[in-house]
Design a protein around this ligand. Sequence first.
Ligand SMILES: *Cc1c(COP(=O)(O)O)cnc(C)c1O
Length: 360
Amino acid sequence: MSILHLVRPDLLNVRPYSSARMEAIAGNVWLNANESPWLPLDQQVGVNRYPEPQPKILSERLAELYGVDKERILVGRGSDEPIDLLTRAFCRAGIDNILISPPTFGMYAVAARVQGAFVREVPLLAEQGFACDFSGILRQVSAETRLVYVCTPNNPTGNVADNEKLRELASALRNRALLIVDEAYAEFSDAPSMILDIDGFDNLVVLRTLSKAHGLAGARIGVAIAGLEIIGLLRRIMAPYPLPSLCVTAAMTALTASSLAVTQKQIQWLRQERAQLFDALTQLPYVLNVFPSEANFLTVRCVDAERVYATLSRLGIVVRSLRNHAGLEDALRISIGTPQENLTLLAALRELGQSRVLEM
Ligand SMILES: *Cc1c(COP(=O)(O)O)cnc(C)c1O
């Protein structure tokens, strides 16, 4: 059975927008897209022209980075875009549902609600270090479940899911639903990527992004890696020119061999900082628990998280309050910064431990 039987039936006959850029790829005199023939003053990149829908050089570079064929890659505006496209492609409004394991990344549920799809929740097992409840997920899958999300390392708990369990889940969901494994923080973890399993499952989608380890959050480059049927479908319903030329140039610069070598060093530094910060945070008197993390952040339970948050804010140090995540109301999520930033944070937190600031 083809994975396409899970696609919204009304979508299968929609003809994609055929952009000028798609219809013609070679030429010297470009008069087909109503573009300006002039480059704006002081622009280096050819921004007067529409970009390629899926820039060949970037797709090839990303395919090399992730070790897959470039036809298995969809490059989008952040991984937010593939999340949105998958939801729109597979979920019938008012009928279908997605399955998430909170506490987790908020965009899965937002994309579903925008599409009019239902959200089923199978909470992570708090008493087991927020492990994924794989048997709970299978119990909650219904005939209308289209997308099952697992975020690993998970935002905001920082732990990873077991790959063997993920393969078993993908296998159990075959012909029933897609398994979407969000690996936004994979570079900070030793866990092997589920990309290695893409060939084995036509219902498996792996999400990666250049927003975190590669330092390109502002360029909005995210990647979905999946079988040809899913990638082909998403390309057909995607916006015609999703990737701005300037962002493609920024990504190409960040993906040269020398940039990647620097990125690798930064990841090592960040992991060292993470270990040191973990120890230091654990020793603070009002810190109840620091979650072991395989991502670039640490989640910390505190005696009075709101007051710690407010005090840090007043000092200009901005962390993330998790008060809206059920079960993590007393927690803060702290991104690992530069060594200097981490020292600034620790100094503020230590002072907070000693002084009456907490009673203010
Ligand atoms: C940050 C993050 C992303 C990345 O989103 P982009 O749109 O690629 O910037 C994806 N998933 C999770 C869980 C994240 O935390």
